[in-house]
Design a protein around this ligand. Structure first.
Ligand code: 13P
Length: 248
């Protein structure tokens, strides 16, 4: 089964030497790996163009970690999704819990960004699952509900959803495969209610939070997630490759 594997490099490359070394090593490690899975790397936005060039003609697509809800205009410091697309970017992560926390992004902001990303021909990977373990169902309900209320059926069909429980991010802890499966099915059932089974079945739902080569079978295969959104493991080309091999 084809899976979507997304590496979120976060703000972890503080200079061009680190960037260059990472791209070189990743290309070398993956030159010997033939995979049918969809591989996407999301570097800091400032490195988008470099990554698009470095990974041209490889099995990696390139995305970014955020974009703005307008394509053009007087919005100092923001990033146009249209510009990301013109550089060769194909995906954008939206609504990551770190942005919801540090940048105070609301569900409304994320819906606006999602719509503009789609109009800019980017695939939005929308993260849900914020807040504590106890009221996670409630958070997911509100976040997915906002998407369903704000997007048309045609827009919804173009979205990827990533379930990321905030307590699992960077903690080394993961939910059980049953818990992930329950949340994936819950999100799917919300989409079924609004748009029916066929649309729901076509929307990839990923899991993210402390995914490694050691737990990829449980977090992705046994949970029936359509793929994974990976932070720390994507910083090491060797570890990322071991994880991809784990589902090959
Ligand atoms: P970790 O894989 O480091 O837990 O990060 C997950 C994440 O936030 C990916 O977006």
């Amino acid at each position: 089964m084809k899976k979507m594997i997304v590496g979120n490099l976060k703000m972890n490359m503080e200079n061009v030497s680190q960037r260059d070394a990472y791209c070189k090593e990743m290309c070398e490690v993956f030159s010997g790996i033939h995979t049918t899975h969809t591989l996407i790397l999301c570097p800091p936005v400032i490195y988008t163009e470099y990554f698009c060039r470095a990974f041209h003609n490889t099995s990696f697509a390139i995305g970014t970690q955020d974009c703005f809800w307008e394509m053009y205009g007087s919005y100092t410091g923001n990033t146009s999704p249209k510009a990301i697309h013109s550089l060769g970017g194909t995906h954008v992560i939206l609504g990551h819990s770190e942005r919801r926390t540090h940048n105070h992004e609301s569900n409304e902001d994320i819906v606006r960004k999602t719509k503009t990303a789609i109009r800019s021909e980017l695939v939005p990977i929308v993260c849900v699952g914020f807040l504590s373990h106890d009221d996670e169902m409630h958070s997911v309900h509100e976040q997915v509900g906002a998407l369903l209320a704000g997007l048309s059926r045609e827009e919804m069909e173009k979205v990827v959803i990533a379930y990321e429980p905030v307590w699992a991010i960077g903690s080394g802890k993961t939910p059980t495969s049953d818990e992930i499966h329950t949340m994936v099915m819950y999100i799917r059932s919300m989409i079924v209610q609004e748009h029916g089974k066929d649309i729901s079945a076509g929307i990839p739902i990923l899991y993210g939070g402390s995914v490694t080569a050691e737990n990829i079978d449980e977090t992705c295969m046994q949970s029936y997630a359509d793929g994974v959104l990976v932070g720390t493991t994507s910083l090491s080309p060797e570890k990322f490759a071991a994880m991809v091999r784990g589902i090959s």
